[in-house]
Unconditional design. Structure first.
Length: 125
């Protein structure tokens, strides 16, 4: 997923961490009757330049409605901030902020799409 100074980011626990962030979107449910979204991670990476860092998560989201063709949209969650120490905690915080940015964007669109539906059912892969 990247490297910041001497700290290597391997992404070993990425899927579990990412799924936890997605299930935190308001309205999440595993109810099969709910409208569904399918989220595919396209990229997740960290870049560093001198004293700056940028954590990025890029996903493709398909919004499905009962029998209707799925609408597709690409989102990019990011955090641009100072790089103080190349520490694992600092890197994790940057990715947490990028995920919060990403889920806020998706959540805003879901509210618009699902006002009358009342529930969402994400599928991650």
């Amino acid at each position: 997923m990247g490297q910041l100074g001497r700290t290597h980011i391997d992404g070993e626990d990425f899927n579990e961490w990412f799924t936890g962030g997605i299930t935190a979107i308001p309205g999440y449910t595993r109810d099969r009757a709910a409208p569904a979204i399918r989220i595919s991670v396209l990229k997740a990476y960290l870049q560093g330049l001198a004293t700056l860092k940028s954590a990025n998560i890029v996903v493709r989201v398909q919004f499905a409605r009962d029998g209707a063709p799925a609408a597709t949209r690409t989102y990019r969650g990011f955090d641009d901030s100072m790089n103080w120490s190349n520490s694992e905690g600092e890197i994790q915080t940057a990715f947490d902020r990028a995920l919060n940015d990403l889920t806020a964007q998706i959540g805003t669109d879901l509210k618009k799409r699902c006002k009358a539906e009342g529930a969402l059912q994400p599928e991650t892969r």
